[in-house]
Design a protein around this ligand. Structure first.
Ligand SMILES: Nc1ncnc2c1ncn2[C@@H]1O[C@H](COP(=O)(O)OP(=O)(O)OP(=O)(O)O)[C@@H](O)[C@H]1O
Ligand SMILES: [Mg+2]
Length: 178
């Protein structure tokens, strides 16, 4: 008798509870537009964690967030800088854009960035922050970007937004596609 087939590979992360919304994005421009729209829902104190493989579009989405928030300076992929503060050009909160890719440790290593100090007055967006910055806030917006498998163009991305905690409980993420 044959051994049973192995269970399909499941990601290490357990499903998080919370409000979710899913979008299909077909170009970098659309990803940026999603960021611009998402920015309208964000306020000081929000922690946004971006999850997705290299080149998924995390920085592209953040560029749109920066535009939507009306902050100064182009959002780029930092090569040496781990976190960059983009002050608001208006009266809104600054955008703190962190990329934890090169950080191997946990929150200890992130401590130098003082994200906990920035968070109450800023929108903090972290790429590659899984397992590193969750302790900053119980209320978090997770954005998971997947490259489409088997899609005809390589510009298709599936984006899942998952809001955790009271902050996001009553937020209708579906407005982002309207
Ligand atoms: N639908 C899409 N959304 C976002 N980016 C796309 C899309 N289709 C193609 N791209 C391209 O994929 C690349 C995404 O790069 P980006 O720097 O945003 O990714 P990243 O997730 O931040 O990567 P890294 O993990 O290296 O920081 C860009 O070159 C962009 O033009
Ligand atoms: Mg990036």
């Amino acid at each position: 008798m044959e051994a049973p087939a192995p269970a399909p590979h499941s990601p290490a992360e357990t499903p998080l509870p919370g409000v979710t919304a899913e979008f299909t994005v077909t170009s970098p421009e659309q990803m940026q537009e999603l960021g611009r729209r998402l920015a309208k829902l964000l306020r000081a104190g929000d922690l946004v964690m971006l999850n997705g493989e290299l080149g998924a579009g995390k920085t592209t989405l953040t560029r749109g967030l920066g535009e939507g928030l009306g902050v100064r300076g182009a959002v780029t992929s930092p090569t040496f800088v781990i976190a960059r503060v983009h002050p608001s050009l208006g009266g809104g909160p600054p955008l703190v854009h962190a990329d934890a890719y090169r950080l191997s440790g946990g929150l200890d290593e992130m401590e130098d960035l003082d994200l906990d100090v920035s968070l109450p007055d800023s929108v903090v967006v972290v790429e590659w922050g899984e397992g590193k910055v969750e302790e900053l806030a119980d209320d978090r917006l997770h954005v998971i970007i997947h490259r489409a498998v088997g899609d005809t163009t390589d510009e298709v991305r599936h984006v899942t937004l998952r809001g955790l905690g009271h902050r996001w409980a009553a937020v209708d993420l579906a407005v982002l596609s309207a």
